[in-house]
Each structure stands twice: as C-alpha cells, then as structure tokens.
Write a protein that binds this ligand. Structure first.
Ligand code: MG
Ligand code: MG
Length: 230
C-alpha cells in the first residue's frame, strides 16, 4: 500500500512540474492537449516491439526481456496519470483514496508476492492488447479493469511490487531530471559518453540498493555534468 501511494505522489509531482498545476483538466501550461489514453497505447506498442512479433523479419530473435520491463514501467507512469485525472474529474478523491482503492483490488495480491518469472510471449502480447483495447474503447473508461490487467502484466513480466517500485522511482527521477535539463526544448543530451541515460540511471540504481529518490537525482546531476563536458 505504501509503495502504491508513494508512486502516485511521485507521479503527481512529476505531472505538476512538467505540465503545470492544472494538468488534470487535460491541458498543459504550454497549452498542449494531454491525452493519457494515447500515451498508454503508444507505450503498449513499444512494449510489443520488445518481441520478435514480425512474421517477416528476425523471426528467431530472442525477446528483449529487459526492455519489456522498462516499457511496463513507462506505461505505469501513464496509467497512474490517467487514474489520478479520472479520480479528480469524477470527484472520487485524490491520490490517498486512489491508493486505497488500488490496494483493495483483488489482483493487487498478485503483485504483492515476490516474482521473477516471465510468461510466454503470446500470453504477454494478448494482455498488452487487452490494455490497448481498454484505452481505445470510446465508452466509459473501466479503470479497475485497466489497473487489474496492468497488474497481470507486471507479474507476467517477471516483476512484483518491490521491483516495479524500484524501477519506477528510477525512471520517474530520470524523467524529472530530463525536464529540469531541457527535455521540452530539445537541448537535453540523452546519450552520455556513448550510453543512453536510461542505462546510466539503471547502473546507479543497481549499485546502491537503497538509494533514495533525492540521492539518485544528485548522482545523475554529477554524472550528467562530468560525462557531457566537452
Ligand atoms: Mg515512450
Ligand atoms: Mg517506452
């Protein structure tokens, strides 16, 4: 429960910093329309690209399981945002109420047990496509169904609440770091001395098992400055 609430709080702060305080109204401080559902299905497409699903290309290539996990964490950013927005607009409450409701879902127990096993490609893709269907459906959003299916996907991707939390905090802080360093205007440097920032962040995270969000941010700042000095 704590971890769900913490992730919702971090997501809410990230959205506020990136899009302004009124983000739940569906428009950013730069007057760009926010479409969380589209964010979810586009990220789902990236997830499917972790597999060699094309029948005409690289047909025997092994799936990129590490990338699958990264994309699961990416989509979680957007599902949480969609849920927070839905709660705000339907007057169902803030992140506290949402966290309580999420931990009361019957599927929540599934992610609350340690897990490192992956399901098969076909079952995973089927679940991803169910999630896409949930957000492409023009009828009312079935939020509980969406989150329950996402938890199925978490388990199928060899993750659990602890590992999801750790990867999420890492990516959230990196996203915050990118925003603070010119991501929107395009001046941010994504490749640090030949490595993508994701990879550098993951290494910092793996080194310090109990690194706090603020320590991670400081470490990224140090590395960004030193690796991108010309
Ligand atoms: Mg993406
Ligand atoms: Mg992605």
């Amino acid at each position: 429960m704590d971890k769900i609430l913490l992730m919702l709080q971090l997501q809410s702060s990230l959205n506020e910093a990136t899009n302004g305080e009124e983000w739940t109204k569906g428009v950013t401080k730069n007057n760009k329309i926010i479409n969380w559902k589209r964010c979810v299905y586009m990220e789902c497409a990236e997830m499917i690209d972790s597999f060699s699903w094309k029948h005409w290309k690289n047909i025997d290539k092994e799936a990129d399981w590490a990338n699958l996990q990264i994309e699961v964490v990416d989509v979680w950013h957007f599902i949480m945002s969609l849920a927070i927005q839905n709660y705000a607009n339907a007057y169902k409450g803030g992140v506290d109420e949402l966290a309580l409701d999420i931990s009361a879902l019957s599927n929540f127990n599934k992610i609350d047990t340690k897990n490192e096993l992956f399901s098969t490609q076909d079952i995973i893709i089927e679940t991803i496509e169910s999630i896409m269907f949930d957000v492409l459906n023009r009828d009312n959003l079935e939020l509980e169904k969406l989150i329950s299916e996402f938890f199925d996907l978490v388990v199928m991707s060899g993750l659990d609440l602890d590992t999801l939390y750790k990867l999420y905090v890492g990516k959230n802080i990196l996203n915050q770091f990118r925003q603070d360093n010119g991501y929107k205007d395009g001046s941010y440097i994504k490749v640090w001395a030949g490595e993508e920032d994701n990879v550098v962040m993951k290494r910092v995270l793996d080194k310090g098992s109990d690194i706090s969000p603020s320590e991670l941010y400081k470490e990224l700042t140090k590395l960004y400055i030193s690796l991108n000095k010309s």
